[in-house]
Design a protein around this ligand. Structure first.
Ligand SMILES: CC(=O)[C@@H](O)[C@H](O)COP(=O)(O)O
Ligand SMILES: NCC(=O)COP(=O)(O)O
Length: 248
């Protein structure tokens, strides 16, 4: 199975928002990423619009529809009525629901599928009936996968932040990979697809992909954007695609 790369544009938008100027262009950089073979684009429109602005969503939708119809749009966020309205208008191929509080500096945990299942089930149903694939953000915890499947979601997205934090500790990295792998095995056993994301890099992707051969998609923004400052966006997308095991 090919591990697809979805490029997260949050950091590009964060840089753009530093000034009242239209560059760097979120759609312009997204175009370069798709031209270089990224499978799709990911955004996380947070309530304070600190990076991705609500107005970015129709522009990204139009870019994909008009120039890259085979690509996917993945929108992440907490399922407030405002977020669900943005999703209904943008018609993304995938929605990734995360349990983020608006005050969080970034996403740093997955759902408690036992406690949150009753809330998630109707939201998942609504999004799926609108035609989206639904992925739910998940910590590395195999025990939670039965309850995750009970939400009716299509996929989980493994939160790989703790793994990303082991960049200088090989033993801790191996332990995190095994926790992630065991969670993926459990999810697949319940018929779920598996995505992954947060703090993934060219260096830490290959061992994760080797442990989870059924991994469907990784969404990457921070590390990929950092590398693009050195290698350029097109070459960086190719480097990350190779790190996913794609023949580039
Ligand atoms: C869900 C996740 O881990 C990331 O995709 C998230 O979008 C990061 O958000 P920030 O870019 O705001 O840190
Ligand atoms: N879902 C993870 C994502 O889209 C990007 O996370 P990061 O690479 O910016 O940490």
């Amino acid at each position: 199975m090919t591990v697809e790369l979805s490029v997260n544009l949050n950091a590009i938008a964060m840089l753009r928002n530093r000034r009242d100027l239209p560059w760097p262009s979120v759609t312009g950089i997204g175009r370069i990423a798709l031209q270089a073979g990224a499978h799709g684009l990911t955004v996380h429109p947070r309530p304070d619009q600190r990076h991705i602005r609500f107005s970015d969503l129709p522009a990204i939708r139009a870019l994909i529809d008009e120039e890259f119809p085979q690509a996917e749009f993945n929108i992440e966020g907490y399922p407030t009525p405002e977020f669900l309205a943005l999703v209904a208008a943008a018609r993304p191929e995938q929605v990734t629901l995360v349990p983020d509080d608006p005050a969080q500096p970034t996403s740093d945990h997955g759902w408690d599928f036992v406690a949150d299942g009753a809330m998630l089930r109707p939201v998942v149903d609504e999004l799926k009936s609108g035609g989206a694939r639904v992925s739910l953000f998940a910590d590395a915890d195999p025990v939670q996968m039965s309850a995750a499947a009970d939400t009716g979601c299509d996929r989980i997205e493994l939160y790989t932040g703790p793994y990303g934090g082991t960049h200088s500790d090989p033993d801790a990295a191996k332990a995190e990979i095994e926790r992630l792998g065991a969670t993926a095995d459990a999810a697949i056993g319940f018929g779920l697809g598996v995505n992954a994301g947060h703090d993934l890099t060219v260096e830490n992707l290959p061992p994760l992909v080797a442990r989870i051969p059924a991994l469907a998609e990784v969404s990457i923004g921070h590390g990929l954007t950092a590398d693009s400052l050195e290698h350029g966006m097109a070459e960086t997308v190719r480097r990350f695609r190779r790190a996913c095991g794609q023949a580039v």
